[in-house]
Ligand binder design. Structure first.
Ligand code: PLP
Length: 497
């Protein structure tokens, strides 16, 4: 038993330097080599991991080591125990969900971000971090041709959050509080929010976290005839009915590029409805927003100038690594109303002068990472020209796949392709009882090879396969090989053409 007077070994016995610069240099170089090798060999790994649930418990000891282990030993553990359990999102044969894109520039930005470790809840806690974020948000806004009302150069502003989920939650809170000011704090049960049956599932979750009653979250059904987009007439009808029932419409979430099928909601027409009922309009362009840096795709954001907020996630299609979701709002003061905190220990002159942005008041948490560095490096290091080329190249590959699918009479394109997602299914003429079951089998047989990873969805009651082009290192040959594999598996299921 140690005595209370001498609970710790004395300092001369302890040699522990968690951040020794020379040791850091050596180990970081080793790790970079490890990562570069992983990237180089990425095609040798199965895309979809094949481990069974709980596999890692059998590989690792039951307790943390008491004595330090070497980096070599640890990296061997990553190679032998961790990588087999990874679904390799960096693989050029990853066509599932929406790919999360990466680049050397973003990786280096992340290294810098980590190295400063600035927590910077307010301006003073790292002025450069806040100022760079405001500048980069304006740069990206300009690139997307957002009006000045969303920019710091104008009357709005933007910030970087981890995910769309949080971006939506913050705007819901702002819209909620604006409404509660009118109808009184006790009347939250009267507030109604709107989206479609294609709005991302995180929306419903955010609405519930923000305190909206589940029975007041309207999910408007979409139809194949309108490519599964949110119908403004239906929204208008729903709002009218709600007002007549004594409820109060407060928020509409429009999506540009839905997750299932990249449907685009008509933002302009929804803005008409939102204005008429004085509701908040948010535009969720998590995936497709990145494409809007190209002139031919910008039209999909038309009407955004009349929205209250818009979010896009460059970690999906703009090479920034997870996580980087950009949210712009027209009235930052409305965010701050519901989200600001002012404890004594964070008080300082610049904040009190109101001449600075304190991002803690625009978000859920207090501390925040310096994610702007990543986006800044991506924009500078690649330049707009390369970023556009990158989008075009993915779209071209998706178009090529779409043409191959369309040319095979056993397959059909289920919804028209807009960006780099192809939605299709096997539907050979006449012979098969359950087309859904057939496609389930086809997907399983493709994914179980480990050579390609695709996912599925159901829209309008139709089970379909999603082929999302866009992993950073995907080339035409990967798409061609994937199509060859899809055809082989279809041959085995339904016979050749
Ligand atoms: C991916 C996606 C989301 C979820 O994004 P997170 O950033 O992971 O929360 C939300 N909406 C749309 C349209 C998406 O494509």
């Amino acid at each position: 038993m140690g005595s209370l007077d001498s609970p710790f070994p004395n300092s001369s016995e302890v040699q522990f330097h968690p951040l020794d610069p020379e040791e850091f240099r050596k180990q970081a170089h080793q790790t970079v080599d490890f990562i570069a090798d992983y990237c180089k060999n990425i095609e040798n790994y199965p895309v979809l991991s094949r481990v069974e649930p709980g596999y890692l418990r059998d590989c690792l000891p039951a307790a943390a080591p008491h004595e330090p282990e070497t980096l070599e030993t640890i990296l061997n553990g990553v190679r032998n125990d961790i990588i087999p359990g990874m679904t390799n999102w960096l693989s050029p044969n990853f066509f599932a969900y929406f790919p999360a894109t990466v680049s050397t520039a973003a990786f280096l930005g992340e290294m810098l971000c980590t190295s400063f470790n600035s927590v910077r809840f307010n301006w003073l806690a790292s002025p450069a971090a806040t100022e760079l974020e405001t500048i980069v948000m304006d740069w990206l806004a300009k690139l997307l041709k957002l009006p000045r009302s969303f920019m710091f150069r104008g009357t709005g502003g933007g910030l970087i959050r981890g995910t769309t989920s949080e971006a939506i939650l913050c705007t819901l809170v702002a819209a909620r509080d604006r409404a509660l000011e009118k109808v009184g704090k006790d009347n939250i049960a009267k507030l109604v929010v709107y989206g479609s049956d294609q709005t991302h599932s995180t929306y419903t979750k955010a609405c519930q976290i923000a305190g909206f009653l589940p029975s007041n979250i309207r999910s408007i059904p979409t139809l194949a005839d309108t490519d599964f987009s949110l119908d403004p007439v239906q929204v208008m009808r729903a709002m009218k009915a709600d007002v007549e029932a004594g409820l109060m419409p407060v928020y509409v979430c429009a999506t540009v590029g839905t997750t299932s099928s990249t449907a685009v909601d008509p933002v302009k027409d929804l803005a008409d409805v939102a204005e008429r009922f004085d509701t908040w309009l948010h535009v969720d362009a998590a995936y497709a927003g990145s494409a809007c840096i190209c002139p031919e795709f910008r039209q999909y954001l038309d009407g955004v100038e009349r929205a209250d907020s818009v979010s896009i996630s460059p970690h999906k299609w703009l090479l920034t690594y997870l996580d980087c979701c950009c949210l712009w709002v027209k009235k930052p003061s409305l965010l701050a109303k519901g989200l600001s905190i002012d404890p004594e220990y964070l008080r300082n002159k610049p904040s009190e002068s109101k001449s600075v942005v304190d991002y803690k008041d625009w978000q859920v948490g207090v501390g925040r990472r310096f994610r702007a560095l990543r986006l800044w490096l991506v924009l500078r290091s690649h330049g707009v020209a390369n970023l556009q080329t990158h989008i075009w190249s993915d779209v071209r590959m998706a178009k090529a796949l779409e043409a191959l699918v369309a040319a095979d009479p056993r397959f059909e394109i289920v919804v028209p392709r807009r960006f780099s997602l192809v939605c299709f299914r096997l539907n050979p003429p006449g012979k098969f009882d359950s087309v859904d079951e057939l496609n389930r089998k086809l997907l399983d047989s493709i994914n179980s090879t480990g050579r390609v990873y695709m996912t599925h969805t159901i829209v309008g009651g139709v089970y379909l396969l999603r082929f999302a082009v866009g992993a950073t290192v995907t080339e035409e040959r990967h798409v061609d090989a994937a199509w060859k594999l899809i055809k082989e598996k279809a041959d085995a299921l339904v016979g050749k053409i």
